[in-house]
Design a protein around this ligand. Sequence first.
Ligand SMILES: N[C@@H](CCC(=O)N[C@@H](CS)C(=O)NCC(=O)O)C(=O)O
Length: 208
Amino acid sequence: MKLYTFSPAPNPMRVGYMIKYKGLNIDTQEINLREKEQFNPEFQAVNPTLTVPALQLDNGELLTDAIAICVYLDSMYPDKPLMGSNKEEYAQIVGWLHKIYVEGLSAVADILRNSSEFFADRALPGKVNVKQLPELIERGKIRLAAFWQMLDEHLDGREFVVGQQFTQADIDAYVICNFAGWVKETVPQQCSNILRWLTTVKPLLDEE
Ligand SMILES: N[C@@H](CCC(=O)N[C@@H](CS)C(=O)NCC(=O)O)C(=O)O
């Protein structure tokens, strides 16, 4: 098994925190997106979608989505489970990973990729060059505000995003809290449930 990643980027970070939390040792190659290494022919041959993370399995197949990689790694390394302790929790976690990606990560990504000079003509990741649309910056901010509100309401009376234990849903939501900083956004002060939840989750993932 071999992981292709770029540790500081948000989708790789979802996988990176799982690996760190479980204490796994996986053969890893960094593809430096700042240096545009995803366009190198060697990486294109591995992952024609030109994105990270990508996990090459021992049977030669490739997983190109963080959600799939997390599901796979959790089933391969079940100690310190992060995908729930029963079928119902598993289903809820998968739903939350999808929701956090669509409503949180892609909102921040829209703000970032449509505003930064670095992403001119690269407003979306992947093979096709896509021009920036400045209107998506404001829309991204509205979507992110809605995401914070939705998450804050959900965390009211809850210690974790799903069930009674720390899971990948907490990791993915935590990644958004950090990724928002890339566009100078932070968890709003009125989101007291998110701020309380962060004091539980942060020490599990990052040293103080
Ligand atoms: N569908 C993939 C998307 C992965 C993705 O968009 N990765 C970004 C880094 S966070 C990337 O590879 N970007 C390459 C680029 O900007 O060209 C997933 O869910 O993991």
